[in-house]
Ligand binder design. Structure first.
Ligand code: C2E
Ligand code: MG
Ligand code: MG
Length: 721
């Protein structure tokens, strides 16, 4: 683009015009000429020149007039005008400047002068224009920036309030603020900040503001503020207050976010959560179908019932109720009717409750009644009969008439002084018994029996421990044959050398293990120990056979013979025939053929057999015939009484007769006196065992006793034979 300056030369004298134009053209100017003021104005209107050289004296319109007109027009007022005139009076110059000229050149002029002045003014004007342009640009930029910040401020989603930190007078608020609290801007600006607070919150804000001032000018404090809306509602906000440098005052800026909605949602959520928790708690403790307490709550109630029963001394009954044949009903009538039936049952049972009692549903068709304050069995029975009667009332639905019965198991605290879970289990067990015994009835838990079983179980555990601690010992009681004066052997009799209770006889601990597998372990130990003892005596040159007592249950173990064999094999030095087994004739030898098989197998191993306490059982004769035992041991009770009791004497002589008829040896137990012995000898029995001969003794006493046998009185008796 052409950046040459446009210069308009105005003169009514064509010569002058030409001269000036030529001068100017020496410079890189574009020169336009006008011969009159009018022409000049038209030219300016068409194309704005950068400078005008204007003659003062012209016929129609003077240069001053032209200049005034130019200066009066906004569009042309800043075009620099240099007057050129022959008039050199100071008044003319004053007029020229008054009209708006910027310079004055008098004719005749030097070309250089004209050019210098033109250049200078063009330059000055350029600088001026540039300055103006820059000012204009700066102004525009400021306006834009201002507009941008306004947008940020006004359209901010946060309500913004600027207030004087000292007077609390509000100096500025934004649109969000007016919208949030519903007051127009006029209401805000100049008001004290306090007006927007809910009463009671002013202090909070004051404290916040004071903190801010006290702490640091840079601090930012946040907090919850509750404000009041123009319409009276409360607006919950979360605010930040901060010191700001604000023109004209020490100010704080408070920015608030409306959290009313959020608060509402939070509250709603909290309510929902609580409801959910309540529902959950209900389902934890109650049955959904019947609304009755469930097992968990019942257990808690039983615990409470127990402590109540302890305080009052009354009984608490736990009644476990199971509907008879419910599964079949369910199949026959469908779930819906079954559910109705259960609800109906629940209702019916509920009507039997007394104050403080609990009814719970603990399974599909299982309910538990917890009855407190019972004083007697009669009262409990009456209660249960009422329950059964109510339950057996027919249930009528649209499609069916159903009659129910229930099996009820009951346990009573404190007779059954167990914990809640155990009480429930006991009641359940009894309910099962009621079912087994024919349904539609109630059964009471046998707490005493349970205690016995538990005690027995515990004592068995103690005995196991005792066995491993080697607390059991065998005592030995000699058996003698008075005819030959020989010691026919010794009977091993177990003792428990109890660390606290001293030496216990078998009657004190064996009954507890009779039915238990431990009897087998203990029996094996006895056999092993007896074999070891035979070996020890053997080593001392004492040839003594030992008879051991073996429980029938032990004998009938499938692998009895193998184990016996193994024990014998472990003591190879034990002579055949040294070991004898005594089995109680009165024990339940149900499987008599098997016992006989064991006897036969034992004999093959060189182990003899005695029927112990013979005559005390119900089927002595059957046993005698079916079992090929070598020896019968007449029970000591007959021997003890045979002197006075003719019946016992008859039994003793009968057994002796049977033994000889069946070709068995016969040993009399419990021979305490020489009189016993004499009578027995007269009846044909000469093998004796008893206190009269020797009491059971520890193994180490046996050799000494053997050495002393027979003592004089027995020797005398034997001599008479
Ligand atoms: P049992 O086999 O009939 O043993 C005889 C019992 O009578 C022994 O009692 C013995 O001390 C006692 N006795 C012996 N002579 C007399 C007497 O003249 N007068 C009186 N009043 N009693 C006499 P103990 O040792 O108390 O044994 C009792 C029962 O325990 C035994 O009766 C036996 O059946 C059983 N028993 C003993 N040891 C064992 C064993 O190791 N295993 C098994 N399974 N049972 C055993
Ligand atoms: Mg015996
Ligand atoms: Mg006996």
């Amino acid at each position: 683009m052409d950046d040459r300056a446009d210069i308009l030369v105005v003169d009514d004298n064509p010569i002058n015009l030409q001269v000036l134009s030529d001068i100017l053209r020496r410079e890189p100017f574009r020169v336009h000429a006008a011969l009159s003021g009018e022409v000049a104005l038209r030219a300016v209107a068409k194309r704005r020149p950068d400078l005008i050289l204007l003659d003062v004296k012209m016929p129609e319109m003077s240069g001053f007039d032209v200049c005034r007109q130019l200066k009066s027009d906004e569009a042309t007022r800043d075009i620099p005008v240099i007057f050129i005139s022959a008039m050199n009076d100071i008044e003319d110059k004053v007029m020229a400047f008054g009209a708006g000229g910027i310079d004055y050149v008098t004719k005749p002029f030097q070309a250089e002068e004209v050019l210098v002045r033109v250049r200078t003014h063009l330059e000055l004007n350029g600088i001026k224009r540039d300055l103006e342009r820059r000012v204009a640009e700066r102004t525009r930029a400021l306006e834009e920036s201002e507009a941008r910040y306004r947008v940020l401020f006004e359209d901010s989603p946060l309500a913004v309030i600027v207030y004087d930190a000292d007077t609390w007078k509000i100096v500025e608020v934004n649109g969000a603020c007016t919208r949030m609290l519903g007051y127009p801007r006029q209401r805000w600006v100049g008001s004290s900040l306090g007006f927007m607070f809910e009463r009671g919150q002013r202090d909070a804000m004051r404290a916040l503001s004071r903190n801010l001032t006290e702490h640091s000018e840079e601090a930012v404090l946040t907090g919850h503020l509750r404000l009041s809306h123009a319409d009276g509602c409360l607006v919950e906000t979360e605010g930040i207050v901060q010191c700001v440098a604000y023109p004209g005052c020490r100010a704080h800026i408070l920015m608030l976010q409306d959290i009313t909605e959020r608060r509402k949602i939070e509250e709603q959520l909290r309510l929902e959560a609580r409801e959910h928790r309540q529902k959950l708690e209900f389902s934890l403790h109650y049955d959904a179908l019947t609304g009755l307490p469930n097992r968990m709550l019942l257990t808690e109630r039983i615990r409470q019932g127990v402590s109540q029963a302890k305080q009052t001394g009354c009984w608490m009954a736990v009644c476990y109720i199971d509907l008879d044949g419910f599964a079949t009903l369910n199949e026959a009538h469908g779930q819906e009717i079954s559910d109705h039936l259960l609800i109906n049952t629940a209702e019916c049972l509920r009507s039997c409750l007394r104050g403080g009692d609990t009814l719970a549903r603990v399974g599909g068709d299982e309910f538990v009644l917890l009855v407190l304050g019972i004083n007697s069995h009669m009262e409990l029975t009456a209660f249960l009969e009422n329950v059964s009667a109510r339950l057996s009332e027919p249930f009528v639905s649209d499609t069916a008439v159903i009659t129910l019965s229930a099996s009820i198991g009951v346990t009573i605290f404190p007779q059954d002084s167990a914990d809640a879970d155990t009480l429930l289990r006991h009641a359940d067990q009894s309910m099962m018994r009621a079912k087994q015994l024919g349904k539609g009835r109630h059964e009471l838990f046998d707490a005493e029996g349970e205690r016995r079983v538990r005690a027995q179980y515990e004592s068995i555990e103690l005995m196991r421990a005792a066995l491993s601690r080697r607390e059991f010992v065998l005592y030995y009681q000699p058996k003698v044959d008075l005819e030959t004066r020989a010691i026919t052997g010794v009977e091993a009799l177990i003792r428990w050398s109890h660390p606290e209770r001293g030496l216990l006889p078998p009657g004190a601990f064996l009954p507890a293990i009779e039915e238990d597998a431990f009897a087998v372990d203990l029996g094996d130990w006895v056999i092993g120990e007896a074999l070891a003892q035979i070996t020890r005596w053997h080593a001392l040159g004492l040839e003594l056979g030992i008879s051991v007592n073996i429980a029938a249950q032990h004998l009938l173990q499938g692998d009895f013979i193998e184990r016996l064999q193994a024990l014998l094999a472990a003591h190879p030095e034990v002579p055949r025939g040294s070991l004898e087994i005594e089995v109680l004739e009165s024990s339940r030898l149900d499987n008599i053929e098997n016992v006989e098989r064991v006897i036969v197998a034992c004999r093959a191993l060189g182990v003899g057999f005695s029927l112990d306490d013979f005559g005390t059982g119900y089927s002595s004769l059957t046993y005698l015939r079916a079992l090929s035992a070598d020896t019968l041991k007449i029970d000591q009770s007959f021997i003890r009484n045979m002197m006075e009791d003719k019946g016992d004497l008859a039994i003793v002589s009968g057994v002796i007769g049977l033994a000889s008829a069946f070709d068995r040896r016969v040993v009399a137990e419990g021979v305490e006196t020489l009189e016993h012995a004499r009578l027995l000898l007269s009846l044909g029995c000469h093998q004796f065992q008893g206190y009269g001969i020797a009491r059971p003794m520890p193994a180490e006493d046996v050799p000494g006793w053997v050495a002393r046998w027979p003592d004089p009185s027995w020797a005398t008796l034997a001599e008479g034979l």
